[in-house]
Write a protein that binds this ligand. Structure first.
Ligand code: ZN
Length: 52
């Protein structure tokens, strides 16, 4: 089992389609748009835009 340590006020970015975590964390006050991630879930593989 993998233990992920992240800072207290950050949150894992997750795929909005399947909930699979992507390799990014966002801070509590983060704001962004126009940043795209591709889901690593083999059954999903969707690209999505991260908007906060
Ligand atoms: Zn996904």
């Amino acid at each position: 089992m993998k233990i992920e340590k992240v800072a207290m006020n950050t949150e894992k970015v997750r795929c909005p389609y399947c909930g699979h975590p992507v390799n990014a964390v966002k801070g509590k006050d983060a704001k962004c748009q126009g940043i795209f991630f591709k889901c690593k879930n083999r059954d999903c593989k969707k690209e999505f835009e991260l908007k906060i």
